[in-house]
Write a protein that binds this ligand. Structure first.
Ligand SMILES: Cc1ncc(COP(=O)(O)O)c(C=O)c1O
Length: 397
């Protein structure tokens, strides 16, 4: 039996180089954005996603940049999943556009591509996908629908750095993609993000939007003799202090990913028999995708059982959590968005049933043992979830 201590849900991961790089950045007298560490972090990230990137102050800001770059405005509609973080929709609501909430698939919990076409109207301009838990959406069908209707595809890749779809890196599939480096993500700098630019037509404007609507970057490259206000924009670029931290994280990516996968695989293998006996679903990863071990979840039979397991784990020193609540039912979702005509029944059920287990790169083997042992000691009550439709029954053909 593992020695028992409190297992937090998340602990920021330090690679060992952060403090040194921060001191170097401070000593360099160059603390603002687009500095030497930003260039290092940008190169490392561009290598991972296989496309040009701009570092941003958050994933939220990278999504907001996509709204500006796509020229979205009042009257435009953007298809988004309901099962996601509010920034995925808020970025477009901020521009006066309407997020149209579409349900998720019952297996991967990703935007259900079979419902997308039915949600398209003559005002639809873009489809935003979220690769939940870093497991890719059904991208080929989604890209095909978008091409047929002349819509842009944006990847909210907050979970998916390092994941793949049919061998292609997540973040490289849509016209634009947003990364997050929030402290809960696989690569972290407290608060941070990046915009991935997969279509060269966005490159120049993206630099303007990023630098307060100015062509300052072109000025620093010696391409113009003074810089001016040339477009709408904001201050989306992070200080070089954050970029220094991020550089350490990105240089260490493979090492921290290896540990995250060990934890994820440990849960998946060790909980398989218990989950099957108790009628609990584990994550689905289709064989044509590689996932980055961003999060590990279980789908309990119903809300009571989810709350029961949360409480049971807390009593055993384990901090587990629930996750997204349906955006189409959130106060701002109701005010600024609308639900697609098929509704979001899977999202509503999944939001009640999902529990996330602790998963971070610094997690020890004893910690994994403690979580597994505590979960395995939980018994679902007889008849839990009975009388409710299964996810498969709710799923469209
Ligand atoms: C799917 C998704 N999109 C966007 C964000 C926002 O990222 P950030 O916290 O970097 O602004 C998050 C944050 O958790 C997220 O989970």
């Amino acid at each position: 039996m593992a020695s028992s201590s409190w297992i937090p849900f998340n602990r920021p991961n330090l690679t060992g180089a952060e403090a040194r790089y921060l001191m170097e950045a401070i000593a360099s007298d160059r603390l603002s954005g687009d500095g030497p560490f930003a260039r290092r972090a940008t190169a490392l990230l561009a290598d991972l996603v296989g496309a040009p990137v701009l570092l941003t102050t958050s994933g939220t800001h990278a999504l907001e940049m996509t709204g500006i770059l796509l020229d979205l405005g009042p009257g435009d509609e953007v298809i988004v999943p309901s099962f996601t973080f509010c920034s995925t929709a808020n970025a477009y609501a901020l521009r006066g556009s309407v997020p149209v909430f579409v349900d998720c698939r019952p297996d991967t919990l990703n935007l259900d591509e079979r419902l997308v076409e039915n949600a398209i109207t003559d005002r639809t301009r873009a489809i935003v996908v979220v690769h939940y838990a870093g497991v890719a959406c059904e991208m080929d069908p989604i890209l095909d629908i978008a091409a047929r209707h002349g819509l842009a595809v944006v990847e909210d890749n907050a979970h998916g750095l390092g994941g793949t779809y049919r061998g292609r890196p997540l973040g490289s599939l849509g016209a634009l993609a947003a990364q997050s480096f929030h402290e809960t993500k696989n690569v972290q700098c407290g608060e941070g993000g990046a915009l991935v630019l997969n279509e060269s037509s966005y490159l120049q404007r993206a630099e303007w939007v990023w630098e307060k609507g100015t062509n300052r970057r072109a000025f620093f490259r010696g391409m113009v003799d003074k810089y001016r206000w040339v477009d709408l924009g904001s201050s989306f670029l992070p200080s070089d202090l954050l970029a220094a931290f991020l550089t350490a994280q990105l240089e260490h990516f493979e090492v921290s990913q290896r540990r995250r996968h060990e934890v994820w695989n440990g849960y998946h293998t060790r909980l398989a028999d218990w989950a099957a006996e108790q009628g609990i679903a584990q994550p689905t990863v289709p064989p044509d995708r590689g996932h980055p071990a961003h999060l590990y979840y279980l789908l309990m039979p119903d809300l009571d059982e989810r709350q029961g397991l949360l409480e049971h784990l807390r009593e055993h020193g384990v901090h587990a959590t629930f996750h997204y609540q349906p955006l189409h039912q959130a106060p701002a979702g109701l005010r600024y968005g609308r639900v697609a005509r098929d509704g979001c029944p899977v999202t509503e059920r999944v939001a009640d049933r999902l529990i996330r287990l602790p998963l971070f790169a610094g997690m020890t083997q004893d910690g994994v043992e403690q979580v597994v042992t505590a979960v395995q000691a939980y018994r679902v009550r007889a008849g839990a979830g009975a009388g409710k439709a299964t996810e498969q029954a709710l799923s469209p053909a």
